[in-house]
Design a protein around this ligand. Structure first.
Ligand code: FMN
Length: 377
């Protein structure tokens, strides 16, 4: 039963069985040989912690970020095509973000509109922008996000060109769905997913719906990938910074030099990420890059991080190495794929309970306390 899944890995196994292979592979897969996906995990696993005894703490897991309090020090990373994994998954996560008091980042490529997501997640919703070639689209998306009550903008910079997603190519996975024999066979083999998807309609890109030129029958996915700017430059940040009165985060940085440049160009925070190993297969593990970025930027910069986080213990490790907030994409969508809203809730509970358990064992009473003193070096 998904409600009793012992760990995120169990949710991933359940997801693998419950949804068609092309959908699971889209979520689970990475770039190239997927060494980068594995490295994110291996480097987190290699970090040893030093538990302290006889401290007797009742840990406070809340963090203050961008002038407000979040009940937990982790959030939901932006995931495009989220409802492919399970219809209604996006909204289930948005509601959970509101209940648990954690940030949830709505992707430009989300399958649920930013307005609906913000209505469900309340002030916990952030918006992730893939910068479009047409500046009018960027302006309008920012305006819509602000009107919807969103106050944190995340600009993703690590997709100058789509990663080499071999599983998607092997599965001939494209949008809109192309009904090849293998596609049809996988759908038939997963009738619960098929029925739910049929009822909800195939996943689309509602955030981009207003911008597709009228009278053109090109698929939305094609229009969107054409718009999403491959050649993002630092100078492209200026008009966004000028327009956006809220907090601005630059996501997808690994090099400490780039993290410094993002701050120089007006970002309030940097988000260390290798896109979950979906872009450059030989990129460093996100947790290694995090440690370097923290050293380079000093103690006061706001540094967010994702990549391979699958437990509360991982969340604690990332905070120990200098993150102010930690995110995961797959952990939560393994949850929706494994069991819809109940699976998403299980993912959330697993991370939260594990984090508390780890903090008690470490003898850490608050997130801000977590630093390198807890590393076993
Ligand atoms: C299926 C999938 C779709 C994603 N879509 C986006 C996206 O639209 N925008 C974005 O900035 N990052 C996207 N990412 C990257 C995540 O935001 C995040 O960096 C990554 O998932 C973190 O690694 P983890 O999945 O191992 O936790 C996506 C990741 C996955 C797995």
């Amino acid at each position: 039963m998904v409600k009793a899944a012992p760990g995120i890995g169990d949710l991933a196994q359940a997801a693998r069985r419950r949804i068609p292979r092309f959908a699971f592979d889209f979520l689970d897969g990475g770039a190239g040989n997927e060494a980068g996906v594995r490295r994110n995990r291996e480097r987190l696993d290699a970090i040893l912690l030093k538990p302290r005894c006889a401290v007797g703490v009742d840990p406070d897991t809340s963090v203050c970020l961008f002038g407000r309090n979040y009940a937990l020090p982790f959030g939901v990373a932006p995931v495009g095509m989220g409802n492919l994994m399970w219809p209604g998954g996006d909204l289930a996560l948005a509601r959970l973000a509101a209940t648990h008091g954690i940030p949830l980042v709505v992707s430009t490529a989300a399958t649920t509109s930013l307005e609906e997501m913000a209505a469900a997640a309340g002030s916990n919703a952030w918006f992730q922008l893939y910068v479009a070639r047409d500046p009018a689209i960027n302006r309008d998306l920012l305006e819509r996000a602000w009107r919807a009550g969103i106050r944190v903008l995340v600009v993703t910079t690590d997709v100058p060109i789509p990663g080499d997603r071999r599983r998607d190519r092997r599965n001939r996975f494209v949008l809109p769905f192309r009904p090849t024999l293998s596609f049809i066979a996988q759908v038939i083999a997963h009738p619960e997913w098929a029925l739910a998807t049929l009822r909800a309609g195939p996943p689309g890109f509602p955030n981009y719906a207003p911008y597709r030129p009228r009278g053109v029958s090109r698929p939305m996915a094609e229009f969107m990938s054409e718009q999403i700017k491959g050649d993002f430059r630092w100078s492209d940040l200026a008009p966004l910074r000028q327009q956006w009165p809220g907090s601005l985060v630059v996501k997808g940085l690994l090099a400490p030099e780039d993290a410094a440049l993002a701050l120089e160009h007006g970002a309030d925070a940097v988000w260390v990420s290798n896109h979950g190993g979906r872009q450059l297969d030989s990129a460093p593990a996100a947790v290694d890059a995090l440690a370097r970025v923290r050293v380079a930027l000093g103690p006061h910069a706001v540094v967010l991080m994702d990549g391979g986080i699958r437990s509360g213990e991982d969340v604690a490790k990332a905070h120990i190495l200098g993150a102010n907030m930690v995110f995961s994409g797959r952990s939560f969508y393994y949850g929706t794929a494994a069991g819809g809203a109940a699976g998403a809730a299980r993912a959330m509970t697993l991370l939260a309970e594990d984090l508390r358990r780890v903090m008690v064992q470490l003898g850490a009473s608050g997130i801000a306390e977590l630093d390198r003193r807890w590393l076993w070096e």
